[in-house]
Design a protein around this ligand. Sequence first.
Ligand code: ATP
Ligand code: MG
Length: 653
Amino acid sequence: MSEPTIEALLAEGRTFPPSEEFRESSLVTDVDVYDEAERDWQGFWARQAQQLDWFEEWETVLEWDLPDAKWFSGGRINASYNCLDRHVIAGHGDQVAFHWEGEAGDTRTITYADLLDEVSRLANGLKSMGIGKGDRVAVYMGMVPELAVTLLACARIGAPHSVVFGGFTADSLRDRINDAEAKVLVTADGACRRGGTIALKEIADQALADCPSIEHVVMVRRTGQDVAFVEGRDVWYHDLVPQQSADCPPEPMDSEDLLYILYTSGTTGKPKGIMHTTGGYLTQCAWTHKYVFDLRPDTDVFWCTADIGWVTGHSYIVYGPLANRTTSVMYEGTPDYPDKDRFWRLIERYGVTILYTAPTAIRTFMKWGDEYPDRCDLSSLRLLGSVGEPINPEAWVWYWRHIGGERCPVVDTWWQTETGAIMISPLPGATTLKPGSATYPLPGIGADIVDEAGVPVGIPGGGYLVLTRPWPSMLRGIWGDPERYFKTYWNTYKGRYFAGDGAKRDEEGYYWLLGRVDDVMLVSGHNISTAEVEHALVGHHAVAEAAVVGKTDKVTGQAIAAFVILRAGNEPSEEFAKELRDHVAKNIGPIARPQSILFTDDLPKTRSGKIMRRLLRDVSEDHELGDTTTLADPGVVAGIKAKYLRDHPADEE
Ligand code: ATP
Ligand code: MG
């Protein structure tokens, strides 16, 4: 290629204003929307809420009694009605809601009318088991259409769902079922994964041995594998659902009624059962989905690659897209089955126009090589999104070039399970992008960066990210633990929500997320963020992935320990470790030079794909490992630990 290399492009500090072509058809091209929202932020959100269908108008926009927010209180609304009925009533019943594809290549095309029909039947089925308003329903499935159907059926009758990601163990499932005291579990015989199957029902049965609240189990037949069947408790989905009436009037819920519970990913510690309610959540999901992705419901094909077991799937596969009458792709399997081009084949086949994925996936694609996207036609794409971790600038530019063909804006979206919906992100028709920056808080959102004492650091400056006012899709608490809710989020900085993340703003006020503050290192009196050092490491052409942590050091307070995965074709060596240390020192400064570099084939990650630095810290400090229940592959830490102890015998004293 004759164009500048990624390194050169970043070195010249290139920014990316929206192209004329993109702006021409954009929903928002004018930054006035920020000022308009700022003048009356409650009025702004009230106008967005009016885009939904309410059975009854709310009495108050916001009641705020820190830490308790009530949005659109007194208003009556149903999420499933807003996602389904209103589109069918408006004549869009034949529009495709989901192009679903199984891992083996089997497909299903599900229209809005189909979805409404099946959701209503399942809702009646749940009712027939005695499930009603307020009863919790646990869900443990792979990425099959019935998963989305289950969420909507629960929402239809006002039964909060609690989805447990299908990769979790029996113990994790049991703990989450018991914490929420769910009455019904919806699961499947198995799930298809990388050519094999996961025995979901078998795992569920192990969990259920110790779940006294569960009365019934609904089981989808997916893999056809043998399963145990408990008479009187278990029922097949295909026996329950078709025989039900397709008429199930949506329950008019109060705006503040519980829509769901969802446990956080567990990157920093023991997961928390985050509660989301109905009206405000749906308002912000729909608004952000429409404007951050610049959505055109008649022509776009949207694909969020997350699993519905995470909040990204709740908000941007189910509630946001369906509320906006989007046509989406939903894919069951892994990106490397049968080959490493599977995602690109899907984009080609369905003409995906908007792709929303995670940095961990993007770095994996980079590691696999350009040949896989290069062999597919990705010209349907017009917008790309990223979520889940800070995206390093190299990955951003690679995504923009190799997936987006240098034509699609990349929106880096910062948010959390707790925030329910996107908070900091570009508006692609209006915002000039900088690779690696989530840019600005969205209209209506109040954010700031403060120091240890809670004093705003100003612009430019770095510190702790806080949210300065309530927002419609904010969490309403931690299930069963109001005190932990207050202490975790509202007690650190008076009057403000503490996100747990570090961030800085540059001269132009752009936000750069720096990872979790627990991960920030203090080296010789300087705060150094893990993200900056990791970005420098992966900026080296031979490095595929990197994680760094601070470990106690007699001289400097903390010293930087780096864990590095090399790209294929590079051999670890002493000299190479030195080269990487020098590379970081040159890019950030001598203070950031890692003291040790450990080459590894893998990093410990959560099941949602995020690096768990706390476990690496435990390894380098030779501590007992903290909570590992959310770890995807326990073997990885054990391997790293053995290697680390081999390399650092002195640490063992
Ligand atoms: P736990 O709270 O249990 O430790 P978690 O924080 O990983 O788990 P999530 O709610 O899934 O659980 O993730 C939210 C976090 O992910 C954010 O607080 C932030 O650290 C990170 N994150 C998400 N999106 C971005 C982004 N665009 N840029 C930087 N960081 C991001
Ligand atoms: Mg978190």
